[in-house]
Design a protein around this ligand. Structure first.
Ligand SMILES: NC(=O)c1ccc[n+]([C@@H]2O[C@H](COP(=O)([O-])OP(=O)(O)OC[C@H]3O[C@@H](n4cnc5c(N)ncnc54)[C@H](OP(=O)(O)O)[C@@H]3O)[C@@H](O)[C@H]2O)c1
Length: 197
């Protein structure tokens, strides 16, 4: 029997549409590939056009159906535009939203400045929350929606020099439960993966 991720026939995402933020590197890149390998059509975004183009070319060569565009998710108007573009691409339905893009800074709590606050809380929490709001009607329209927050063990337990990051991910974990309860009636599952560095 083939391994999961190698095309195991018991698992399929054929016919599914997925938006994965921050798919050009790291965990997001792996999620895009795994979803595509299981047959999903995937849309992704990042801030670097060159890196995005290289990834899209690589995925095309592998036979994956992946599209993408540049978007700075920390800018609200760019998030609006992204969802508009994605829903046009997916014909008004999104099955899966993965809030993966994130950022961090490691410092003692006494060292964080006013300027540090917004990029971390904005990219990790505000962006993800807003994308859920924007995607909600399209996840609902799919009849079978799923949101996955890529969170962190740092949002569950105290890890050194990561208090702001921990706050952003802890908030994400909290909101996962709220949205799961609010949107169960719309057939939208909401989960968080608490990744370990
Ligand atoms: N790796 C770990 O050990 C670990 C552990 C716990 C939790 N996590 C969480 O897992 C997620 C992914 O982590 P990773 O280590 O794989 O990250 P990564 O390698 O740094 O990749 C981050 C991805 O997000 C994109 N991105 C970042 N900020 C963005 C923005 N403002 N707008 C659009 N795209 C943006 C990046 O592209 P551009 O920079 O080109 O925009 C890149 O594609 C994050 O939420 C992180 O907090 C990771």
């Amino acid at each position: 029997m083939e391994q999961i991720g190698g095309g195991d026939a018991r698992w399929s995402l054929k016919g599914m549409s997925a938006l994965v933020t921050g798919g050009t590197r790291g965990i997001g890149h792996a999620i895009v590939e795994e979803f595509a390998r299981f047959g999903a059509v995937v849309y992704t975004c990042s801030r670097n056009q060159k890196e995005l183009d290289e990834c899209l070319e690589e995925w095309k060569c592998k036979g994956f159906q992946v599209a993408g565009s540049v978007c700075d998710l920390s800018v609200r108007t760019q998030r609006d535009k992204l969802i508009e573009t994605v829903t046009t691409y997916f014909d008004g339905k999104i099955n899966i939203l993965v809030n993966n893009a994130g950022t961090t800074q490691l410092k003692e709590a006494t060292e964080f400045t006013a300027e540090d606050y917004s990029p971390i809380m904005g990219t990790n929490f505000e962006t993800s929350y807003h994308l859920c709001q924007l995607a909600h009607p399209f996840l609902k329209a799919s009849g079978c929606g799923s949101i996955v927050f890529i969170s962190s063990v740092g949002g569950l337990i105290a890890v050194p020099v990561a208090s702001l990051f921990a706050a952003s991910k802890g908030t994400m974990n909290r909101v996962t439960k709220n949205l799961a309860c609010e949107w169960a009636k719309d057939n939208i599952r909401v989960n968080a993966v608490n990744a370990l560095p």
